[in-house]
Design a protein around this ligand. Structure first.
Ligand SMILES: Cc1cc2nc3c(=O)[nH]c(=O)nc-3n(C[C@H](O)[C@H](O)[C@H](O)COP(=O)(O)OP(=O)(O)OC[C@H]3O[C@@H](n4cnc5c(N)ncnc54)[C@H](O)[C@@H]3O)c2cc1C
Ligand SMILES: Cc1cc2nc3c(=O)[nH]c(=O)nc-3n(C[C@H](O)[C@H](O)[C@H](O)COP(=O)(O)O)c2cc1C
Length: 763
């Protein structure tokens, strides 16, 4: 086969080597515009796993690469006059130039033709080759030539960066340097890659970049300015650029590249040309080289190029998406970094280390147990004011708000049971909530309990609008207080335009088959074409609903509830006032966000007036309508949370969606937690995170990084009422009390866990 590889970066060269190894008869040429020694950039990082893959593919180049590695184990973070250092991270780096030279030599030795200083203008020039590989990097011409087939999606990210080098030693740790300057924050990612040179990537926001005047500076002026900014960590060493071949000052914005297809006839994309991963997760070269192995492999084993390309794309796309997901989290962390500059150095460091969500609390424990124990002790001290002797997982650190102390930070999220008749909680509710309170959670929320019969979602919803309701709830609350350590919160709500619908396991949000009641809303906007439009509320309707919330709050206090949550999420009445999707009013209660918040805030104000000072109020909101700029977006949720805090709300319970049938939510592990993070760290109000959080490790990571103060789990508590007790056993933490009658069960469980740990080496 005659193959033309356009681009002699790590991807192109390694592909040529890999294909030639599989069949020396192939005639392969690599076309590279630069000279052999030219390179933009300094060092690259490769993980243990990648090194193993390379060794298996070609032991000769792998050995040469291994001999050129610089290794380090620690990450050091310089921030606000402190250095926080953690270990066990295990990286190694190699100079990009050295890597390319090794691959060039290896390719030449195997008989690959290397044509340097040759510009590939168009893949059509190579039409007489059987195979054309577009390995020409992030600005790929091959991709551009067939953009109609590859359908690239290029996302230009917000931060500015420049890839420099230095002879200053950073040989003991991968180092992050954060500097606050008169022009804004600017930071560097620095790591050693050979005996006397380190990569030094400088990054900042566009605003800071302009404030510095970098947009008007030459390369020399940029370098001189960066040397001044980072002088205290450069020990008098210069910063150097090797991007002389680039025009201008060599500052870049990262381009995230995705392509709908990776092949077109006999042309295939490889490496950065097909997909990029942000440099802060250090995986671009890994992706390119591992994809090169897969491509060579399938071309060798498959009967034709078409099926080889299909298998190559199937295998590699998944890995690319996984990495791009982590890379996106990491990119966004740096883009949103201003949000985290108020954090204490310990928490800032933890947030940085876990930014991609690939590294969790327990990963950090494995990497550096002493450092993590120190961080856990810090967490407890700032929460309780006491310095603990031994560390405990963050989820088991108590949380205090007003006069209420929760024993731990796990909450049973509100979940409608649809089992009530006339709003009255019955034996089902008693057993259901009592079980979850026995299960160890610090706080148990009731389901949305409705303030009027009309405000119920379905005929099965619980209410709090009669003495009978109050008595039934009091029986449960008394049991929880007498027999468990849990606190119990009532969630009060009104269904609004989503009322008069079927039970959760029937057709949710669809009108009842018979016995429907009139619904009300801010405007005559129906939930869906299947639902009747609600009646637009008058001022008198609003006063009546407000008074119903107040009456229910008074009953909840008399019933003994410790905590009150107002349900302002998921498209129900209050939520439908907040989102412009359903609030089309032209009076003082519609239009601007301030106007749309007016009625919900009136209700908060009235409820806060009757709810005891020592008891907290949280409000659950939908932080994202998932419909783009037409609806609520996370930046609006920050403003909403600030307004709630100004009206005496103690915590925001950060949910999302269910406000429009046209929503396009992006699901995933902990998918709503970024909204909680944003609200907590931009508005300063305490938050509860919720949504696809199901492992103790998730909970600890969220809390320790300061992404929320409390964590709600819903479905996991349907599957396991004793989720918290079991999480404690998994973590071998013994500080959570079990109900006395169950202690024999606890002892056996801990014994079995210890035995399993002894046998397998893990819990
Ligand atoms: C600041 C920064 C830091 C990074 N740090 C790391 C890291 O630590 N670890 C890591 O794994 N990755 C890192 N990367 C990513 C890494 O550099 C790339 O992902 C990797 O080089 C991709 O390899 P490639 O072969 O696909 O593309 P490239 O390395 O970009 O190679 C493409 C080659 O094609 C040539 N070329 C382009 N167009 C033409 C043309 N028309 N004709 C002829 N030749 C052409 C170019 O000269 C180049 O040599 C970093 C990237 C940046 C920007
Ligand atoms: C059966 C069920 C009923 C729910 N009822 C309510 C409710 O009454 N009030 C509310 O705010 N959220 C309600 N939710 C949403 C949950 O509280 C939670 O936000 C959501 O399920 C995501 O969390 P999870 O991934 O831990 O399940 C309900 C969820 C489920 C599964």
């Amino acid at each position: 086969m005659r193959a033309a590889v356009l681009g002699g970066g790590p991807g192109g060269l390694y592909f040529a080597v890999s294909l030639k190894l599989r069949n020396p008869a192939h005639d392969i040429v690599v076309i590279e515009r630069n000279r052999p020694g030219d390179t933009f950039g300094w060092g690259v990082v490769l993980s243990d796993e990648t090194r193993d893959n390379l060794a298996e593919n070609d032991s000769v180049s792998a050995e040469a690469i291994r001999q050129s590695f610089a290794y380090w184990d620690d990450i050091a973070v310089y921030y606000r006059g402190t250095v926080v250092r953690s270990g066990g991270h295990g990286f190694c780096g190699i100079s990009r130039k050295r890597l390319l030279n090794i691959l060039q030599e290896r390719a030449a030795a195997l008989g690959v033709e290397l044509r340097f200083e040759t510009e590939a203008k168009d893949p059509a020039e190579y039409a007489d080759y059987d195979l054309i590989v577009g390995a020409d990097g992030v600005n790929s011409r091959v991709r551009a030539a067939h953009a109609d087939v590859f359908k690239p999606d290029i996302d230009v990210r917000a931060c500015k960066y420049i890839w420099l080098g230095t002879h200053q030693k950073f040989d003991d740790a991968f180092t992050f340097l954060f500097e606050e300057t008169e022009h804004g924050w600017i930071w560097a990612h620095a790591y050693q890659f050979d005996a006397d040179t380190a990569t030094f990537i400088v990054e900042c926001s566009e605003a800071t970049w302009r404030n510095f005047g970098f947009d008007r500076m030459s390369s020399e002026e940029t370098i001189a300015t960066c040397e001044k900014v980072f002088a205290r960590n450069l020990g008098g060493n210069a910063l150097m650029s090797n991007a002389k071949h680039l025009r201008g000052s060599a500052w870049l914005n990262f381009n995230r590249v995705l392509c709908e297809r990776w092949s077109c006839r006999n042309i295939v994309l490889l490496g950065d040309a097909a997909a990029t991963a942000h440099f802060s997760v250090g995986s671009g070269s890994k992706l390119a080289m591992e994809s090169a192995i897969a491509l060579a492999n399938y071309i060798h084993t498959e009967p034709d190029l078409e099926s080889a390309f299909r298998r190559y794309e199937d295998e590699r796309r998944l890995e690319v998406l996984r990495l791009q997901n982590a890379a996106r989290n990491s990119t966004e962390w740096f883009e949103d970094i201003e949000r985290y500059f108020h954090l204490d150095p310990v928490q800032f460091n933890y947030s940085l280390l876990t930014r991609s969500q690939r590294i969790s609390h327990e990963n950090l424990r494995q990497r550096d147990p002493a450092w993590l124990a120190g961080a856990e002790k810090w967490f407890e001290k700032q929460a309780t004011g006491h310095s603990p002797n031994a560390a405990r997982p963050p989820m088991f650190v108590p949380f205090r708000v007003r006069g209420v102390e929760l024993a731990n930070r796990v909450c049973v999220s509100p979940m409608a049971q649809y089992r009530a008749v006339d709003g009255i909680p019955n034996d089902w509710h008693f057993v259901h909530y009592a079980e979850r309170a026995k299960g160890g959670a610090g706080l148990v929320f009731t389901e949305m309990t409705c303030v009027t019969p009309q405000g119920r979602i379905s005929p099965g919803c619980t209410g709090l609008y009669s003495d009978e309701h109050e008595r039934a709830w009091k029986r449960l609350v008394d049991f929880v207080h007498a027999e468990t350590e849990a606190k119990i919160a009532i969630q009060l709500g009104h269904s609004g335009l989503k009322g008069s619908t079927q039970l959760g396991w029937e057709e949710p949000d669809a009108p009842l088959l018979e016995g429907n009641w009139e619904t009300i809303g801010p405007s005559c906007v129906a939930w869906s074409s299947n639902n009747p439009a609600p009646r637009e509320m008058t001022r008198a309707d609003m006063a009546a609903v407000r008074d119903a919330f107040v009456r229910a709050a008074e009953m909840a206090d008399r019933a003994g509830f410790d905590w009150l949550e107002l349900h302002y999420a998921h498209g129900y009445l209050m939520s439908s006032f907040i989102t412009p999707l359903t609030n089309r009013r032209t009076d003082a209660y519609g239009g601007s966000l301030e106007n749309r918040m007016r009625f919900p805030l009136e209700v908060v104000h009235a409820v806060r007036n009757v709810w005891p000072d020592e008891k907290p109020i949280s409000v659950r909101i939908s932080a994202h309508d998932w419909v783009g700029p037409a609806g609520i977006q996370p930046q609006d949720a920050v403003l909403i949370s600030r307004m709630l805090a100004e009206h005496g709300v103690d915590l925001v319970d950060v949910s999302a969606g269910q406000t429009s049938v046209g929503a396009k939510p992006v699901y995933g592990r902990m998918f709503q937690t970024p909204f909680s993070d944003r609200i907590r760290n931009e508005s300063g109000i305490a938050t509860l995170a919720v949504g696809n959080i199901y492992e103790p490790d998730h909970v600890n990571s969220i809390l320790m990084a300061g992404r929320a103060d409390l964590v709600c789990l819903a479905r996991p508590h349907l599957a396991d009422p004793y989720w918290t007790l079991h999480a404690a056993a998994d973590l071998r933490y013994e500080g959570v009390p079990w109900p006395k009658p169950y202690r024999a069960g606890r002892d056996q469980l801990y014994r079995l866990k210890a035995r399993a740990e002894a046998m397998t080496g893990k819990v």
